[in-house]
Design a protein around this ligand. Structure first.
Ligand SMILES: O=C[C@H](O)COP(=O)(O)O
Length: 354
């Protein structure tokens, strides 16, 4: 489920966003910049008001990228469930020094790094953050009048960020002047959080939060895991691995004039496998079409074969020898005998059914 992060200025606005369905109460002072901080006092009052009903995050502030300055600001806010730390424009070394300085605080609060889409984001720091004990990473924008998140980063780049964070065990969040129509588009990328301030107010970013605006955003977020994962295989049908029109020269034919030379033979294969899991990401999770291509190359390399029928049966048997294959259809066509193509198509199924 994709959660709603709502940025508020203190306890009063926290009450409003909770009523509107926020999943994370995020404290910040929008009048003081992208990550303008509220005082530890306001943090304490807001935590009291929220009373553990939802996690509370606090931003560390629009700070220079200096280890001591940032560590001190985070230390003052470790009572929050999460503290968000901006990786503002700076050299890689300066950012690394800040990350390292925060390592000792990682078991006192949930550290969340904030990359800025318009502030030279360096996503190669994601593994460094994971190793230093950070709990998550998000992308926001610094310049709140210089366009929405997607004006600075493509959907592909945002999707890569979410995937990379997830692979590293980091929560991910996306924010940056987002508007209601952005929600379904970004929800497709499946970040853990979408974050809002401007879209939750009655007007400007530092105007008061408005319950109707919060509800509008809430209603746009996918309601449950079920709707997030509402994709399932069709009962009784497998997925299909395809090799289409793979043409190789080979020695083939029962006539004398077909011996001692090669001619073009075209192979097409459709192999049925069990439905691929939604979490398939690597070669280890799938049956590769390369195995079929290799089997065809081996047939072509082994010398003369009289009949295309022999090739088709052998190829089907080779493919079905892999226990993951349920059924295979093989087409073998000779391409140099006058018509466009002559050949055979056959289907074989694993004995014993599915
Ligand atoms: O953390 C999220 C931000 O508060 C988003 O603010 P914004 O929607 O005004 O850019």
């Amino acid at each position: 489920m994709i959660k709603l992060l709502a940025s508020v200025t203190g306890p009063h606005e926290a009450g409003i966003v909770l009523e509107g369905g926020a999943d994370l109460v995020d404290l910040k002072d929008p009048a003081k910049g992208a990550l303008g901080a509220v005082s530890p006092q306001v943090l304490a009052e807001t935590m009291d008001m929220v009373g553990g009903r939802r996690p509370v995050s606090a931003v560390a502030g629009d700070l220079p990228v200096l280890p001591d300055v940032v560590r001190e600001a985070v230390e003052a806010r470790v009572a929050a469930d999460f503290v968000k730390i901006g990786l503002f424009p700076a050299s890689r070394d300066a950012r690394l020094a800040v990350i390292e300085a925060l390592r000792p605080l990682a078991n006192r609060t949930g550290l969340i790094a904030v990359f800025f889409a318009d502030g030279d984001p360096d996503f190669s720091l994601l593994p460094v953050l994971a190793e230093a004990g950070f709990r998550g990473a998000m992308i926001d924008t610094i310049g709140k009048s210089s366009g929405r998140l997607m004006a600075h980063l493509s959907m592909t780049a945002l999707g890569d960020f979410v995937r990379h964070a997830r692979d590293l065990g980091l929560m991910s969040g996306l924010a940056g002047s987002l508007e209601p129509p952005d929600v379904p588009r970004l929800a497709v990328l499946r970040p853990d959080y979408l974050g809002f301030r401007g879209a939750l107010t009655t007007g400007a970013r530092d105007a008061p939060v408005d319950i109707a605006a919060v509800r509008t955003i809430r209603a746009l977020l996918p309601a449950s895991e079920a709707s997030d994962h509402g994709v399932e295989p069709v009962a009784g049908r497998g997925d299909r691995i395809l090799v289409r029109d793979f043409t190789v020269p080979m020695e083939i034919g029962a006539y004398d004039h077909e011996r001692g030379r090669t001619q073009k033979v075209r192979f097409s294969v459709e192999a049925e496998i069990a439905p691929i899991g939604a979490d398939a990401r690597s070669m280890a999770d799938i049956y590769s079409y390369d195995l079929i291509l290799d089997a065809i190359r081996a047939l072509a390399a082994r010398g003369h074969t009289d009949l295309v029928e022999t090739l088709a049966v052998e190829l089907a048997e080779t493919v079905l020898a892999d226990a993951r294959i349920r059924e295979v259809t093989v087409r073998v066509e000779k391409l140099e005998l006058g018509p466009e193509a002559v050949g055979i198509e056959l289907t074989r199924r694993r004995a014993g059914g599915r």
